[in-house]
Structure formats: structure tokens, C-alpha cells
Design a protein. Structure first.
Length: 198
């Protein structure tokens, strides 16, 4: 016979159950007492036994031990460290997944915008060209712009650290801590205890 640990069964209630079963097993009080004592002591875990030793309660009768353990709430299951770590991991995973979903949404919007621009450019190039000289000038200015941009120093965003845009035009990831665009939670200004050099 075992105590219902999953239901946080109290030790006094468990003791009463054992006594009822022992009465059905034998009419002799010595045999009943022996069965109850053996079944009760057998269901004490090493954690319970060491707790009783530390509090000098090992010499008490099983009725007093049951009452003391219930008073000290030792009938309740302890939460293990692994379950706490698991809940924290699940929380972090859900934050990362929501951030990932936001990035996918932004990427899909960018792809749609790129397709729209490409369609506009292809329809622009399929229209008849009015003047060949204008096209030559356009080609020259585009190559000159390309050469000028190549020689310039690359612009770095102060929010997200990526090249090619300034902080005012940043479209970077959304921070799950402060809910602002442009930086991740690792470089969030509202979290001063974390290093910004990750």
C-alpha cells in the first residue's frame, strides 16, 4: 500500500487508510499495529526520514510523525529545478518564436514590395523609348552614381548595427523587452545588466 503522492495525500489520512486495511487483515491488535507501523514507515522517503532526523522526531509514534509531517507540509510534492528550467526555456522559446514570426512578416512585406518595384521597372522598360540620347545620358549617370557610392564609406545603423541605412530608417527586429523596433533584446537600453558586446 502506498500513499497517493500525486494527490498530495496527507500523512494522517494515509495512516487512517492503513488502519482500516489492517483491521480487515487481522483481529489481533499487535498484528494490526505491526502492519500499520511497517506500511507507514515504508512509505517515508529518504527526504522525509532525514527531515525527521534533523528535527529530532524519529522517536515519536507514527500518529505524531504523521501530524508533524502534515503540519510542516511535507505531504506536498516539491517542484524540481528541472521543471522550473523547462518553464523558463519555454518562455524564452515563445519570445523567440514571436520575434521570428514578426521578422517573417516583415520579410514577406519586403518581398511583396520588391516584386511591385520589379513589375514597375519591367513595365517601364517595355514602353517605347522616345529618344536614344536620353537613354545614353541615363546610363552614364547611373554608372557615375554607382562609382560614387562605391567610393563612399558604408553607412552603419546605430540601432541595429547593420550597413546600408541610418537609425532613422531602421527596419530592424522588434525588441521583446521594450517593444520598440531597431534592436534585439541583447542590446536593449532598458536592460542595463546585460553586456552590449555579445
Amino acid at each position: 500500500m502506498t500513499r497517493h503522492i500525486s494527490d498530495n495525500e496527507k500523512f494522517e489520512r494515509f495512516l487512517e487508510r492503513i488502519k482500516r486495511i489492517a483491521k480487515n487483515a487481522s483481529d489481533k491488535s499487535e498484528v494490526q499495529h505491526y502492519l500499520v507501523e511497517a506500511a507507514f514507515r515504508k512509505n517515508l522517503t529518504p527526504r522525509h526520514i532525514s527531515f525527521l532526523r534533523e528535527h529530532e522526531k524519529t522517536g515519536l509514534s507514527i500518529e505524531k510523525v504523521a501530524k508533524y509531517l502534515d503540519t510542516m507540509k511535507k505531504n506536498e510534492r516539491e517542484i524540481s529545478v528541472n521543471s522550473l528550467e523547462l518553464s523558463q526555456t519555454n518562455k524564452i522559446m515563445s519570445e523567440l518564436q514571436s520575434s521570428n514570426n514578426e521578422l517573417h512578416t516583415k520579410l514577406a512585406a519586403l518581398q511583396t514590395e520588391m516584386e511591385r518595384i520589379m513589375m514597375a521597372l519591367t513595365t517601364e522598360t517595355t514602353q517605347p523609348q522616345p529618344n536614344i540620347e536620353i537613354n545614353n545620358i541615363r546610363d552614364k549617370t547611373q554608372t557615375q552614381l554607382h562609382q560614387r557610392n562605391w567610393r563612399k564609406a558604408k553607412i552603419t545603423c546605430q540601432k541595429c548595427g547593420l550597413w546600408g541605412h541610418k537609425a532613422a530608417n531602421c527596419w530592424g527586429p522588434k525588441c521583446p523587452i521594450c517593444q520598440k523596433d531597431g534592436h534585439s533584446k541583447f542590446i536593449c537600453p532598458q536592460q542595463p545588466h546585460m553586456s552590449k558586446n555579445l
